[in-house]
Design a protein around this ligand. Sequence first.
Ligand code: HEC
Ligand code: HEC
Length: 391
Amino acid sequence: MVFYRRIVEKDELIVPSMKYSCNKVVPLSSTFPFFPILLTIACLFFCQCKKPVLKNLQRNFDPTTLTSKTPVWQFLIELGHEKPTHYTDSIEEKWIVAGQEIVTRGKSVHPVTGAGGARISDYFYCIDCHNTTREEGSLARVSDPAEKLNYAVANGIPLVPGSTFAGMVNRESWYNGDYAKKYRFSLSVRAARTSLEKAIELCSTECSQGRNPEPWEMEAMMAYFHSLQWTIGDLDLTGADLAELKRRALNPEEHDAIMAEIKEKYALAAPATFGEMPEDPKTGYPIEGQANAASGKLVFEKSCLHCHGAEGASEHYFGDKDSTWKELARKFPGSSKKSIYGLLRLGTHPEDGKRPYMPNFTKERMSEQQIEDLRAYLEEKAKGNPETPED
Ligand code: HEC
Ligand code: HEC
């Protein structure tokens, strides 16, 4: 298995100008009669503390600190943006490495005490379903399955059902679109919409059929995800754009506008639209023109084999055998939810904590055209067609 590793140097993520704490000004160990007075003073302190400090920071914006390596959150916060609740500003490399191990190998040990070491899930690694790099050329439009496939082929990454962990801390909501709609009555999904920690807990227990991470494991994963946040350099700015940004950032009145412009450059949420099975599985989805078996081969290799290959998460191994191709082609139109149309659009369901299941692919992550291309490829292979495109 290949790991895509992008460790950020320890010091890069520390925001020196944010090393202050308003809370410490408030001594609450006071006796009861003075409490209301102290509370008022504390309130005054706190309110005053918050605003002027932000203004201060804005005036002190130091343009030399802005480089292509500057994490986007660091820049936004220096411009006066509120810190997101999941934001961590000092991250040590050993925590990033532990988090990376949990995400890519399923487990790690506590970076300080050496305790722990149990897998989060017996069935899956997070990277069975999530990438850790960008998945499309554009960070703003993340919903083009054709571009995802091209990008996956060009960059040697798989085509997976979950959204990428890269830039995940830059998003402002999780479990969006139809996930939010379909599970709107589920308290854990609702909590996960606005809290990255809750989203991680939900996916560890539900998607991965595993357990809740221990607090240190959560901290480690968060450190790792912060190391995968977008940097200014990811935003496709030219040298001239960057110079202009530095110039404008010196003027506090520009800060709101700059923040808004920066946020337009990447997706604040991963969109998700659930697809349906075709009306008539025999004829499949209506597509323009012919299905393309060569493209279907890429879907098969980049997506299906990621989990159904020799080392994959699924016990169903799709070896290069006549019987496998025949079975897959037959399963395609199938009839029920067990058809490949059904598997891809509806997924299978896990028996609680008992076995791995196959997650559905949203329309943003696999198109109807791609599903038809895959069908054309599998049907060709089943026929043993000599013209089947080889590598
Ligand atoms: C079996 C597949 C699967 C596994 C394993 C899995 N996930 Fe997910 N995860 C998904 C799917 C599908 C979604 C919903 C689509 C999406 O990513 O937005 C999701 C969503 C998420 C989200 C919210 C993303 C967002 O922007 O909406 C987080 C956070 C997350 N997963 C973390 C994890 C972590 C951490 C692990 C490993 C402990 C993990 N997942 C393992 C399939 C999986
Ligand atoms: C994220 C991992 C993952 C990906 C990607 C994936 N699968 Fe699966 N698939 C699974 C798992 C896990 C199972 C076992 C489900 C079960 O036992 O209910 C499964 C089961 C299946 C089955 C057997 C279902 C049954 O119960 O008989 C078929 C057929 C299948 N997948 C086809 C595909 C095809 C085709 C693709 C590519 C388009 C694909 N899968 C991509 C994880 C995956």
